[in-house]
Design a protein around this ligand. Structure first.
Ligand SMILES: Cc1cc2nc3c(=O)[nH]c(=O)nc-3n(C[C@H](O)[C@H](O)[C@H](O)COP(=O)(O)OP(=O)(O)OC[C@H]3O[C@@H](n4cnc5c(N)ncnc54)[C@H](O)[C@@H]3O)c2cc1C
Length: 447
């Protein structure tokens, strides 16, 4: 009988130190791109075979962009890197005692381990929210959301029941951070410019877009001036903003607030918070609130050879006592820092501590409307902030192809007021949603 072949990662043996990077987000990608490939063997793991540009996920969810315009195939990005090995798998646990990383495809030993696994959605223990509301962290999440949104309109046009047709188009966005604000703006533009033409039989004055937050302003990480500006834009666009509002429960159809008030909606988007999540095997004392505590060289406190960067890292400094903000720039800058300095660290040379350069924050609300907090206490709004937002986002996309696709889509949208990606390629069927199952699985492949 033929012997079962053991699954291995098929990584060649090496005499160079092996660096294993977990996560090909902003942090991991920049690390891999900055490491000298003649000094290290570079191994990159991710559960996807592409890098996701998370800041534009909401545009995929709201049908403005196609998914592949914000995703960069990882192997393609490393054609010119020698001794580089990408493996698509899920990391399961780490054994720092034996320098072993355990994955869904088997174990591998490392000399240096860089953890850049980002953050995960935090439902604050609300199980019903986790079950029924939709998160927005990955491309599959964005595609689920786009499907659910478009399915609602298709379903509404099939449905003649006046008891539910009044609220079946409602969308509730929980969390008025950049994701909630940008999504609210995008949906409001869709409601104004696109949907009435697609569905002439539906009355879109009944489509309500709610934006809820427990805090007292939208865009809480930004300057109050920018928050006020963004709120004004959204209200003008017809978004119903409810601040100081705590969401208590959601049963898939009715969302209940702490005050007892209820809102009916079949689409609730949850972007109210994120949390860190480390791996089994990592000592508890290395972590705080799910994030890995690091020294100013990004080295995990307690480990000689494990580093953490980006959202998963908690580097407490005088200027950042709660760590750096959970946005792309700290992850990018930490990735470049560790990539450039790891060889010096390996040789026990002295290296300068990591220093974060805060380039400011941006959020867009819609066509010609954005807010920008820039260095030197400059706070911009309107068209100028929007152009800056556009330029920065195109510039940070990972490949020329992504830049071109995004730009052409945006130019198309700009001139036609249309969002061309309103496709239900893969219907989203929430667990137990028999109605959606009956209506939308009919035409799937093979049937
Ligand atoms: C919807 C949304 C909008 C955002 N908008 C902005 C914005 O406008 N501006 C801004 O600056 N920031 C924004 N952010 C935040 C920004 O995207 C993050 O701060 C940044 O991506 C963090 O980078 P990272 O490398 O730490 O993690 P990530 O980019 O999240 O990458 C983590 C990677 O690790 C992989 N991974 C995780 N666990 C495993 C495992 N067990 N095994 C294998 N692989 C694993 C994941 O697949 C992923 O590729 C936004 C985030 C979201 C979700």
């Amino acid at each position: 009988m033929e012997q079962m072949r053991q699954i291995t990662l098929n990584i060649p043996p090496t005499t160079k130190p092996r660096v294993v990077i977990v996560g090909a987000g902003f942090g991991g990608l920049n690390t891999a791109q900055s490491l000298p490939d003649d000094k290290f063997q570079i191994v990159l793991f991710d559960k996807h075979n592409y890098h996701t540009f998370q800041p534009l996920l909401y545009q995929v969810a709201s049908a403005a962009l196609q998914a592949d315009s914000i995703a960069g195939p990882l192997r393609n990005l490393f054609h010119d890197t020698k001794d580089f090995h990408f493996r698509m798998l899920r990391v399961l646990s780490i054994d720092p005692g034996t320098n072993t990383i355990n994955t869904s495809a088997g174990p591998l030993q490392y000399d240096y381990l860089i953890i850049s696994t980002g953050a995960r959605t935090n439902y604050f223990g609300n199980e019903n929210m986790q079950r029924y509301a939709l998160p927005l962290k990955t491309i599959p999440d964005a595609l689920n959301m786009r499907s659910q949104l478009m399915q609602l309109f298709e379903w509404a046009s099939l449905n003649g029941n006046p008891a539910i047709s009044d609220y079946m188009l409602n969308v509730v966005l929980v969390g008025a951070g950049p994701t909630g604000v940008e999504m609210a703006g995008a949906l409001s533009e869709l409601r104004k410019n696109v949907l009435p033409k697609d569905y002439p039989a539906l009355d879109f004055s009944k489509m309500k877009i709610y934006l809820l937050d427990g805090l007292d302003r939208v865009l809480p990480p930004m300057h109050p001036k920018s928050s006020a500006r963004a709120q004004k834009y959204l209200e003008k666009m017809g978004v119903i903003i409810k601040l100081n509002t705590i969401v208590q429960d959601y049963d898939g159809e009715t969302i209940t607030l702490k005050t007892g008030e209820q809102i009916k909606s079949f689409l609730v988007v949850w972007s109210a918070g994120v949390t860190g999540e480390t791996f089994p095997g990592i000592p508890k004392e290395w972590t705080e609130r799910g994030r890995l505590l690091t020294d100013p060289n990004c080295r995990v406190i307690g480990s000689p050879n494990i580093f953490a960067i980006g959202d998963i890292a908690l580097m407490k400094l005088e200027d950042y006592p709660k760590g750096h903000p959970g946005v792309a720039q700290p992850a990018i800058q930490m990735g470049k820092y560790i990539g450039k300095n790891l060889y010096a660290i390996h040789r026990s040379d002295k290296v300068k501590p990591f220093k974060y350069f805060d380039k400011g924050s941006l959020a867009t609300v819609g066509r010609g409307k954005a807010v920008a907090d820039l260095p030197k206490n400059i706070h911009l709004g309107g068209r100028l902030a929007w152009w800056i937002w556009l330029f920065v986002h195109v510039n940070f996309l990972v490949s020329f192809r992504n830049k071109l696709l995004v730009l052409t889509n945006w130019i198309w949208n700009l001139f036609t007021f249309d969002k061309g990606n309103r496709l239900i390629i893969r219907p989203y069927i929430r667990k137990g949603d028999e109605r959606a199952k009956a209506v939308f699985t009919e035409n799937e492949s093979g049937s």
